[in-house]
Design a protein around this ligand. Structure first.
Ligand code: SF4
Ligand code: SF4
Length: 333
């Protein structure tokens, strides 16, 4: 199965519970950013995410309150670099105790020092390694030589130690799709359990000309869609079809909510229109209908996984054909 059975069952149970409660909008994933410090300063990252000030971090209590309040079954631990978070071990243990599934999103540089031997493999823990290309590209995007080599070595070690490992690749303007395919081959040979491929889209505070327009996204993703079935991609075929311009979808910004050192970030992972420390205020006062419609100019080129994967999954309910395709994709992947 592409997604382990317990994750699939948890997600289905979550959706069934929300349907019984007649909730139309609800979070699937919490992006938890407990700190802004990072040991890299990648070209595509906001400066605020690698301030280097470890003191500016959420307390363990604040993190767990966010997990409880939003109720999402998936928790993506990001940052900054989450392996630098001093309370990581306890955060992972307490989140697992709450029966959530954790994606530890990391550049992998410190896995041997901060995770292996300290945080044991668990079926509810996935190590999600950021890999934006093969050696030359990845080191350029990370603005440091040797990052790719270390990340690959850490993936090998993680697999040997029994961790569930995924990779996360952002496709930028300069990314050749042949390189994405080469990366798919590499992750396959490493025995990686899943690979997320998504288009890069600029954050408000980044001005670099490395992000794709909608037309560029569609061109690249048509090619990626073409070879995707040969690999364990976790981006759903429906999402890839959307990214390739073959189907249209509304956004579901509420499906992936983001909690940071500055509070709940709204309306979405990309647009920081406002931060609030109150979950209730964030959830009830964000104009979800407006952001779903994508009428804001900042949404024009966006095909972010965090906004549209849930919309793709919702489409399944309308089409028995898509339901069968998705079931086969998960079961046979
Ligand atoms: S590793 Fe992640 S958080 Fe750190 S600079 Fe790179 S993209 Fe930003
Ligand atoms: S389309 Fe993109 S930028 Fe706009 S609300 Fe959705 S995720 Fe955010």
């Amino acid at each position: 199965m592409r997604f382990p059975l317990h994750i699939t069952m948890d997600m289905l149970a979550h959706q069934a519970r929300q349907a019984i409660l007649r909730h139309r909008r609800y979070p699937y994933v919490l992006m938890l950013e407990p700190l802004y410090a990072c040991n890299l300063a990648c070209l595509g990252c906001t400066p605020e995410r690698h301030t280097g000030k470890l003191a500016d971090r959420l307390t363990l209590k604040q993190c767990l309150r966010a997990v409880d309040e939003c109720g999402a079954p998936g928790v993506s631990l990001c940052g900054g670099e989450p392996t630098l978070y001093p309370e990581l071990k306890e955060l992972v243990a307490q989140t697992i105790r709450r029966r959530r599934h954790i994606y530890l999103c990391t550049n992998a540089l410190l896995l041997d020092e901060k995770v292996f031997g300290l945080i044991p493999p668990h079926k509810r823990l996935t190590i999600n390694v950021h890999l934006d290309g093969m050696r030359k590209t990845h080191d350029r995007v990370c603005d440091r030589e040797g990052v790719f080599e270390k990340a690959v070595a850490m993936i090998r070690q993680a697999k040997r130690l029994g961790y569930h490992v995924m990779t996360n690749t952002t496709v930028f303007k300069e990314t050749e799709t042949s390189e994405v395919r080469a990366l798919c081959e590499l992750t396959k040979s490493l025995g990686v359990d899943g690979m997320l491929v998504a288009p890069g889209y600029h954050y408000e505070t980044i001005q670099r000309d490395m992000f794709l327009t909608r037309a560029e996204i569609q061109k690249k993703f048509r090619r990626i869609l073409g070879f995707s079935r040969h690999y364990r991609l976790t981006s759903t075929p429906l999402f890839l079809e959307f990214a390739a311009g073959l189907r249209d979808l509304p956004c579901s910004p509420w499906s992936t909510v983001t909690y940071t050192v500055r509070g709940w970030k709204g309306p979405c992972y990309l647009i920081a229109k406002q931060y609030t420390h109150s979950w209730k205020e964030f959830w009830e006062e964000t104009d979800w209908e407006y952001w779903e419609s994508r009428q804001d100019s900042r949404c024009t080129n966006c095909a972010m996984h965090s906004g549209f994967e849930a919309s793709a999954v919702r489409e399944i309910r309308r089409s028995p054909k898509d339901l069968v395709r998705m079931a086969a994709w998960n079961l046979l992947g």
